[in-house]
Design a protein around this ligand. Sequence first.
Ligand SMILES: CC(C)(COP(=O)(O)OP(=O)(O)OC[C@H]1O[C@@H](n2cnc3c(N)ncnc32)[C@H](O)[C@@H]1OP(=O)(O)O)[C@@H](O)C(=O)NCCC(=O)NCCS
Length: 183
Amino acid sequence: MKAGEVICRLSARDGRKVVLRTIRWEDLDDLLEMINSLVEEKADIVRAEKVSRTEEIDWLAKALSRLEKEEVFYLVAEVDGKVVANSEIGRGYTSYDRHVGGIGIAIREGFRDIGIGTEMMRTLIKQARAMGLKVLKLSAFENNKRAIHVYERLGFVQTGRIPRKFFKEGKYVDEIIMALLLE
Ligand SMILES: CC(C)(COP(=O)(O)OP(=O)(O)OC[C@H]1O[C@@H](n2cnc3c(N)ncnc32)[C@H](O)[C@@H]1OP(=O)(O)O)[C@@H](O)C(=O)NCCC(=O)NCCS
């Protein structure tokens, strides 16, 4: 898949115009600002430390190469010319699990609860089918009710739980494993 390819355009629930497209090199500063804002607010993502510009340059360079080789699909949401959400589907690495895709998604504070996450997930599921994937998997912090609600509404089922997987702000939190069969 090419960088910066527009997949679809939509209106968020508050009327804001949203473009869903693949990542591109020019997203560097927006992506850096976004990941660090998520870390700062202690969002329920599996990243606790801020990212330096050098780390983000390395990450984006690798991500663009993986996108081109169709190993990973990276979808961002752009509002008013700024990237406000990032997501991905990574394909399994071995011949045993190349049919399985792992999803990750995060929306910036200020852009949640207006339908962007649901539309991005719908687009990811559609893309997963186009990639020939048979199973999608993801995981969430057990207290991330909003994320679990969105995933369940799209057909994901809770298939497992790793007790005390995360230790966040002085408390253990279970990891909820979810899956969606695409056939
Ligand atoms: C989780 C996330 C991806 C969802 O995307 P979003 O754009 O906010 O979601 P949407 O607006 O499409 O839908 C949100 C839904 O959750 C519901 N919701 C909000 N807070 C909720 C809560 N505490 N409990 C249950 N449902 C909740 C909303 O009512 C809405 O449901 P509805 O459409 O049936 O009314 C996004 O909020 C996010 O990135 N959060 C921070 C990072 C994160 O948690 N990433 C996921 C890691 S697994």
